[in-house]
Design a protein around this ligand. Structure first.
Ligand SMILES: [Zn+2]
Length: 408
């Protein structure tokens, strides 16, 4: 991509920043180095959506990663779809990785085997350090992999709110109670269990809980107690009443333990069920809870920007956005400068798991978006270069560090 001199200057300034990656799904490094990888690994994760939409069968997608099948066979499955997805922003980090880590300008019939060989050779202990620290200049990644056993030099965990914020059966409640050596015979006991569980995560380094946006009502403790007793005694219980109450309680526990609540909004599947506007009825009921709203609710970016404007306990996190749509991201990034105070924006999160080297391409795209927006403001005389660099520093370093109270 070609840059203007202003954009180039901004990108170089951002490359010198040691940033916080505000959202990943990275597992511990051994999960990656113990797995076999090849060029098709670069098309795992989000590119799945584009491949399936392009016409690939889900079972073909699964076969793409079946290492018992020869790479040439799997490449044949993938090859016809590549031309249809290669210009999309989900695919670009794969091409950037092929070039920057493995030395090939394109991924095609002539290069796929050689890239695969280099990937396998590079898949050794230290790969996280080489990608995350050396290449990306990331100080630390906030990660969600449903576990806390990380090298916290690189990875700081968030844990799923619904592990304690949602129940489905009496057996499940008993299992959770057994895990923490407790007994649950009343809703109060369960709340004590949830409290202990989240305290344990916090003691293991977790800095936040993750939920999805959802419709909700005000919590009704008496009704929840009644339904919870029914559940425990094996009667049919109204699970919505119980789980709505538990979600609200978890938001209070997060505040008491000084943990952030990250919220998925928008994008997946029937995204009407993930409307960021559902949070408008939740956020003001928990003024002491800090909410980190992910993905700008894409495609409801404007609605989400206004949520960020109106509620002091909301932050807006641009994780995943830059690869979903750079255009939509630049448009809302420019609008949030007008709408939202600069300390409330988190500029980048790669949102990857296995293909760690795609974080770099995503970060390149994020820097481009930020440079496009701030550069445009400089060129129109609305700010100077020093101010723009200071804003980028807030978005990429200071704001995530301060919101999550990271010790760095
Ligand atoms: Zn994610």
């Amino acid at each position: 991509m070609n840059y203007t001199p202003t954009e180039e200057h901004l990108i170089e300034a951002m490359e010198r920043m040691e940033i916080v990656d505000a959202h990943e799904h990275l597992p511990p490094e051994s999960s990656r180095t113990n797995a076999e990888v090849d060029v098709l690994t670069l098309f795992s994760h989000y590119t799945r959506t584009d491949l399936i939409t392009a016409g690939m069968k889900p079972e073909e997608y699964d076969r793409m990663f079946d290492q018992s099948i020869a790479l040439s066979e799997r490449w044949k499955l993938f090859r016809p779809h590549l031309e249809n997805i290669r210009y999309g922003s989900y695919a670009r980090p794969a091409f950037i990785a092929a070039k920057e880590f493995y030395g090939y300008d394109d991924i095609n019939d002539d290069t796929y085997e050689a890239i695969s060989g280099r990937m396998a050779a590079a898949n050794t202990p230290g790969i996280y350090d080489r990608v995350i620290r050396e290449k990306c200049n990331i100080k630390v990644c906030l990660t969600q992999a449903g576990r806390t056993d990380f090298d916290r030099n690189y990875l700081i965990p968030l844990m799923p709110l619904d592990i304690y914020g949602s129940v489905s059966s009496a057996e499940e409640v008993t299992k959770k109670a057994d895990d923490l050596q407790m007994q649950v015979s009343h809703l109060d006991d369960y709340l004590e269990l949830a409290n202990r569980g989240v305290n344990k995560w916090k003691s293991e380094g977790a800095v936040g809980l993750k939920m999805s946006t959802r419709p909700s009502t005000s919590p009704d403790q008496k009704a929840a107690e009644e339904q919870f007793s029914k559940l425990l005694s094996g009667e049919k219980a109204d699970m919505r009443t119980i789980n709505n109450f538990l979600m609200h309680k978890m938001l209070d526990i997060a505040a008491e333990l000084d943990m952030v609540v990250a919220v998925h909004t928008g994008m997946w599947g029937d995204f009407r069920t993930l409307d960021p506007k559902f949070m408008i009825s939740i956020v003001p009921q928990h003024p002491e809870t800090r909410f980190d709203i992910y993905h700008l609710g894409m495609p409801w970016v404007r609605e989400t920007a206004v949520i960020g404007k109106n509620f002091p306990n909301v932050w807006l996190n641009f994780c995943w956005c830059h690869i979903i749509s750079p255009k939509m991201t630049c448009s809302v990034l420019d609008e949030v400068i007008d709408l939202v105070p600069m300390n409330k924006i988190l500029g980048f999160g790669g949102d990857y798991s296995k293909p760690v080297e795609k974080i770099y391409g995503h970060l390149v795209m994020a820097r481009e978006d930020i440079a496009t927006v701030l550069g445009g403001r400089i060129d129109r005389g609305l700010m100077n270069m020093d101010e723009a660099v200071c804003i980028a520093q807030k978005w990429l370093v200071d704001n995530p560090r301060e919101l999550y109270k990271l010790d760095m």
